[in-house]
Design a protein around this ligand. Structure first.
Ligand SMILES: [Zn+2]
Length: 278
């Protein structure tokens, strides 16, 4: 799915040739804009960027990252303001993907259709989750590389349409790794802990790591949380253990990736080879 070395240079040359001006320095990307993709890129230092009108953090060396949601239809406007010269807007086409349907039966009815008291709790938890996923810090972990946070078979993929006990629900926006209960969960890249909760309604034991530039990762259904808010983790540091807390039918890690709060596909970041069981 990933197209290495994809560049806007060709498009920009066509555009500027038509306008009769000097070609602006191109942006470089390490992947193509695809639904669910996190795409890292480099701009000439001093460039300002805004995607869909929202500012994108650009480092001193020009490194930045963009995210494209599951249902992103495109074209998505990327406003580029170089250190010198006029701003320009590129419209990024976003390649579509097919999403499978996943049926899960046998969940407790109260977890599929929560009662009023549960809804209040869910809303309060949602606010805290949203705040942790909205962090846009200068942390550097987003540059990667990212490694698998746990070992085990994949039991759920990003983007699948969910039907729970026969009722259509929101799509699944994470990767499920069916490791054994108690197996360690490790930070896939450097990050700062922004949320560490032992028991959320849907997610159970949950940790959110901030990798900088709006990139966060989430770990759910943990049987044990071994991280505290503000803690800095290096790649491979343990943050908890696989469990079956929250809304689950069995022990697994729900691993999710966000950029500026938009859920992305973590599989696109991970190496092809999965780690052996610990
Ligand atoms: Zn999941």
């Amino acid at each position: 799915m990933r197209v290495r070395g994809w560049t806007l240079a060709a498009l920009l040359l066509v555009a500027t040739a038509a306008a009769g001006t000097e070609a602006p320095a191109p942006l470089r990307f390490d992947g193509a804009p695809v639904q669910g993709a996190l795409v890292r890129g480099w701009a000439p230092p001093g460039t300002s960027l805004a995607l869909r009108g929202k500012n994108v953090r650009v480092d001193a060396d020009g490194a930045f990252v963009l995210g494209f949601g599951r249902d992103e239809a495109g074209p998505v406007p990327l406003e580029i303001t170089p250190p010198q010269g006029p701003a320009r807007t590129e419209r990024l086409a976003v390649a579509r993907r097919e999403w499978p349907i996943q049926r899960i039966d046998g969940l407790p009815p109260g977890q599929v259709t929560p009662d009023t008291a549960a809804l209040e709790r869910i809303r309060a938890e949602q606010t805290r989750l949203d705040a942790a996923r909205a962090v846009d810090s200068p942390e550097q972990g987003f540059r990667g590389p990212f490694t698998w946070p746990a070992s085990g078979p994949i039991s759920g993929v990003y983007g699948s349409q969910r039907v729970l006990n026969g009722q259509p629900r929101a799509p699944h926006v994470g990767l499920d790794i069916a490791g054994p209960e108690g197996a360690p969960v490790r930070a896939p890249a450097a990050g700062v802990v922004r949320l560490a909760e032992p028991d959320l309604f849907f997610l159970g034991g949950t940790v959110i790591l901030d990798h900088g530039h709006g990139v966060t990762t989430l770990y759910a259904h943990l049987s044990a949380v071994a991280a505290r808010p503000g803690q800095r983790l290096g790649p491979g540091d343990a943050l908890g253990r696989i469990g079956k807390t929250g809304r689950v039918t069995g022990a697994h890690l729900h691993f999710a990736l966000y950029w500026q709060g938009i859920a992305l596909d973590p599989a696109g970041l991970l190496p092809q080879t999965r780690p052996a069981a610990e």
